[in-house]
Design a protein around this ligand. Structure first.
Ligand code: 2YC
Ligand code: MG
Length: 268
């Protein structure tokens, strides 16, 4: 996933309620319900209220992103967890989390973002959690994915997880992946996806999952009142004009759905 900036996470922290209102309008689900529907179908109640969860800043590599851990905690608190950012980063932060009886610890370096349940050893990765949460949102918005054509842009870690989840929910997945090696690797592991050109995919699919790091290559002329776009990462493949035309049907934010599914999977 693209490395977030302080501006990205600050904007999300400020607009969390607004995002959730839009999510509810287009999917009928709030963040808690979306997470529980992703963890199990039919949904199970996950003990989020009062769950003690610590976010530990990690200084390795490119270092701490100002506001990243605070944003994770804001999302967790919004879900009803007792969440906090540890006073110290790295190993001292993990120790503090343990000493303060955290059930789940969130940690992100330059390569991985995980939620670790120190009680049961469960370790949840953000890429599949994010992909699965966004597919749940798309399915709720569409009513069902059974037999529906879905255009998937990109077969990186999030795209591959989304492809698996879309196929498992009955979708006919058409994928645009310019990297032939990535495409072949996905087909070689038996991923049931149909390679298409962007034009072919846009012509046939009203449901779109954007899992590419490329920005602004789908314009307003290529979206319709039937289009629903699940956009789990930054930047969006949709131009600002296309995003405006889609409104709440452009489901897009950099952390909230991923964190909600991560903590639900860590605690279920
Ligand atoms: O503040 C910190 O602890 C930093 N070490 C966090 C670095 C996160 C880098 N990863 C990302 O920005 C994206 C996010 C969506 C999470 C995964 N990739
Ligand atoms: Mg990741």
């Amino acid at each position: 996933m693209t490395r977030l900036t302080t501006a990205d996470v600050g904007a999300l922290t400020d607009r969390l309620r607004e995002f959730e209102a839009g999510l509810k309008e287009v999917t009928g689900l709030g963040l808690r319900e979306l997470a529980m529907n992703t963890v199990a179908h039919p949904p199970v109640c996950v003990p989020l209220y009062g769950a003690r969860v610590a976010a530990v800043p990690v200084t390795s590599g490119e270092g701490v992103i100002g506001g990243f851990s605070d944003c994770v905690v804001a999302i967790l608190a919004h879900l009803g967890c007792e969440a906090w950012v540890t006073a110290q980063p790295d190993v001292r932060g993990i120790q503090e989390a343990h000493d303060e009886a955290a059930e789940v610890v969130f940690l992100a370096d330059d390569f991985r973002f995980i939620a670790l349940n120190t009680g049961n050893g469960r370790c949840v990765d953000d890429d599949p959690a994010t992909a699965d949460g966004y597919v749940t949102a798309l399915e709720a918005a569409a009513g069902s994915l059974l037999g529906r054509y879905v255009l998937l842009l990109g077969l990186g870690p999030v795209g591959r997880a989304a492809a698996r989840r879309l196929v498992s929910r009955g979708a006919a997945v058409e994928v645009v992946e310019p990297d032939q090696a990535r495409l072949q690797a996905a087909l070689d592991v038996g991923l049931k996806v149909q390679p298409v050109t962007l034009a072919e995919g846009l012509a046939r699919c009203d449901l779109i999952v954007d899992a590419t790091p490329a920005a602004g290559f789908i314009d307003v002329a290529e979206v319709s009142p039937l289009t629903v776009a699940a956009v789990p990462g930054l930047p969006s493949a949709f131009t600002p004009a296309a995003q405006a035309a889609l409104g709440v049907r452009h489901i897009h934010e950099p952390l909230a759905i991923g964190v909600a599914v991560m903590v639900a999977r860590a605690l279920v």
